[in-house]
Design a protein around this ligand. Structure first.
Ligand code: PRX
Length: 636
């Protein structure tokens, strides 16, 4: 019997040791007992860190949607698979059973086929959190098309960049979306973006808000009439274990977003296994992850992981503040949610509001609370523990990344004793290492360093779409025979890990990964801007906020600074999306630079964070005098 479900700490240690001693046989047992295959693999794992190349379950044949849907129909056909809670609490929640999901996915898959989509084609999904989003994802997987979900908060240019990078042939979107008391013109954003995309032949449009929109002749089609005509069954495309399942873009510290490619079998096994254990999922639970399916958290822990376990997964269309700050807790009470998974930024925002919003609701159904996306501070952790979990629900602080596909370091609830701000111990099969800057592994406890993973795991991203060299350089070049995460971490006296934050130029704002370079590129497009540097600084609710240092050209110097700030933020909003706007913009005559001309971001970070006690030796800078000037004009 494989250890698919770990139930106590001793068992964890036993399983962990086994998983590290012989990873191949460990994952093989799990794959064999808990999933449905058309053909067994020839080889569990082959890998080469230099190429780099990683193959799991090579030779196996499967379809992930059969594992997520078809195999449950006999025993769980009428069970709710997706529980949709609309933005407006007066609109009825929708319980989509496994039988209904099966039919909806088949119809959508048939529509895609009728539009000429076949195995290997890329389909861009730009939808709000409505059932059609999960259905579209699964429909692509059904026919072997590669989905690329773009978060519907991204701007038209960000959407266009992503569509072009992977040459998507078809886009699925909606006429608009509800967001609290507002509506958003998604179709308008798509139309604008597609002006720059040549690969897109078809746009399928869901009617969500009954908006009057333009439909482009020969390109745009309403989805509903096509679905009505579609057949209700669709044979699954039989995929190879290593066939790509999806592309998901993540920001890098430089240049364009990276299209992380995840493949089929390993991703399925790992997302399902970690869902089961990290949330201690049991048959009648109602699980809710508040993330958007536009992020990896939604892919792995709203769609694939829960459905592969036959779970009921809640999809929420709205925001935590609408119609008031009690909405999350109202939903927990209404649907008797048992596992609740959210981001520290949401916890911090809700903790600022009156406790009445929490106390009104019965939260006794909750058994496990989760957090993800950024370090959680102690205060937020305790607020969550006391007011939401009533000190009875363990908190799982789950560390992972778009690139890792699934949770890597996390407590197992009811097994691993939690310590606030610690992601604690690696999950089975995960071998973390802390490295120093010279490339040596730092052994022992009570140490800190750069967090790497020294052995492959099934759900690791296999490449960056169209740019394998960048994949190699970003993740496998800093340290030999290791995957480098970009994060710093410490290991305490008992071996628990605490993630200390990014060590590269990525800033995590409200749980969203933002590269500073693309933001600087956007700002530098402004005709009055000569140069800019963006850094993160600590923020009470967002975790980090963005601080911009901007050098103006002569022509810009006479301009009204407040107007310039607005224009710069508008430009960022247009190029990337409102999530990347700057909280503070300081106009400056210069930036501290090394003699080779590199901006000293470390100094800028300290100044923006009001932490100037230890700036280090600035005398070797090209322009040491600028440091004082920047400090004098800092925006508090
Ligand atoms: O810095 C880490 C932070 O989020 C980064 C990954 O971001 P993304 O690819 O968008 O995926 C987010 C959801 C999995 C990591 O490199 N991060 C994620 N989880 C945690 C975290 N930092 C601290 N604690 C966490 N639990």
């Amino acid at each position: 019997m494989s250890n698919y479900h770990i139930k106590h700490l001793e068992e964890y240690f036993q399983v962990y040791r086994k998983s590290v001693r012989n990873p191949e046989s460990y994952w093989e047992e799990i794959a064999e007992e808990h999933f449905m295959w058309h053909k067994r693999w020839d080889n569990v794992l082959s890998y080469d860190f230099d190429k780099p190349e990683f193959k799991w379950f090579e030779g196996a044949k499967l379809n992930i949607t059969e594992n997520c849907i078809d195999r449950h129909l006999r025993t769980r056909g009428d069970k709710t698979a997706i529980l949709f809670e609309p933005n407006n609490p007066d609109e009825e929640a929708l319980h989509i059973s496994y039988n209904e999901l099966h039919e909806r996915v088949a119809k959508m898959a048939n529509v895609l086929k009728s539009q000429g989509i076949k195995k290997g084609d890329r389909v861009c999904i730009y939808l709000p959190m409505i059932p059609e989003l999960a259905v579209s994802v699964l429909a692509c997987a059904r026919i072997g098309a590669i989905h690329s979900v773009v978060f519907a908060g991204f701007s038209s240019s960000a959407l266009a960049t992503r569509i072009n990078d992977s040459d998507c042939k078809l886009v699925i979107t909606s006429d608009g979306s509800f967001r609290g008391s507002k509506t958003i013109d998604l179709k308008g954003i798509v139309d604008e973006g597609l002006k720059k995309c040549e690969s897109v032949e078809t746009v399928l449009v869901v009617n969500r808000i009954n908006a009057e929109i333009d439909m482009k002749e020969g390109r745009d089609q309403w989805l509903q009439p096509l679905l009505e005509k579609a057949e209700t069954t669709c044979a699954p495309e039989i995929m190879d274990a290593e066939d790509p399942l999806f592309i998901l873009y993540t920001s890098g510290s430089t240049g364009t977003p990276k299209g992380m490619v995840h493949t089929t079998a390993g991703y399925m096994v790992y997302s399902a296994f970690t869902f089961k254990n990290v949330f201690q999922y049991r048959e009648d639970d109602v699980y809710w992850c508040t993330a958007d399916i536009g992020w990896i958290t939604g892919h792995s822990y709203i769609v694939y992981g829960p459905l592969a376990n036959g779970a009921t997964t809640v999809m929420f269309e709205g925001v935590p503040s609408y119609p008031d700050y009690g909405r999350f807790w109202e939903i927990v009470e209404k649907h008797k949610v048992t596992q609740f998974y959210t981001a520290p930024t949401a916890i911090r925002a809700l903790a600022k509001e009156n406790l009445e919003h929490v106390e009104k609701y019965d939260l006794t159904s909750l058994k496990v609370l989760g957090t993800v996306g950024e370090p959680i501070n102690e205060e937020a952790w305790h607020w969550y523990d006391e007011n939401i979990g009533k000190k009875k629900s363990p908190i799982v602080d789950t560390w992972w990344q778009t690139e890792t596909g699934g949770i890597m370091i996390s407590p197992i609830p009811y097994s691993t004793p939690a310590i606030p701000t610690f992601a604690t111990l690696p999950l089975p099969g995960i071998q973390p290492a802390l490295m120093d800057e010279e490339g040596n592994e730092i052994k022992g406890n009570q140490v800190d360093g750069r967090l790497c993973i020294k052995f492959p795991w099934p759900s690791m991203a296999r490449t960056i779409w169209g740019n394998h060299q960048r994949y190699k350089e970003t993740y496998f070049s800093a340290f030999k025979n290791m995957y480098f995460t970009g994060d710093g971490a410490l290991r305490d006296s008992v071996g628990y890990y605490r993630i200390t934050g990014r060590v590269d130029d990525v800033v995590i704002v409200s749980g969203h990964n933002l590269g500073t370079a693309p933001i600087e590129d956007a700002i530098n497009e402004h005709p009055a801007v000569a140069e800019s540097a963006i850094v993160g600084y600590p923020h009470e609710v967002k975790g980090n906020a963005l601080y911009g240092y901007v050098i103006l050209k002569e022509t810009g110097e006479s301009r009204n600074q407040d107007n310039l700030r607005k224009e710069i933020n508008q430009l960022i909003s247009d190029r990337i999306g409102p999530i990347a706007k700057l909280d503070k913009i300081q106009f400056t005559n210069g930036l501290p630079k090394t003699r080779s001309g590199k901006i000293m971001r470390r100094i800028l970070r300290k100044i923006a964070s009001n932490d100037t006690s230890n700036l280090g030796d600035t005398s070797t800078l090209l322009n040491p005098e600028i440091v004082q000037e920047v400090m004098d004009n800092v925006i508090k």
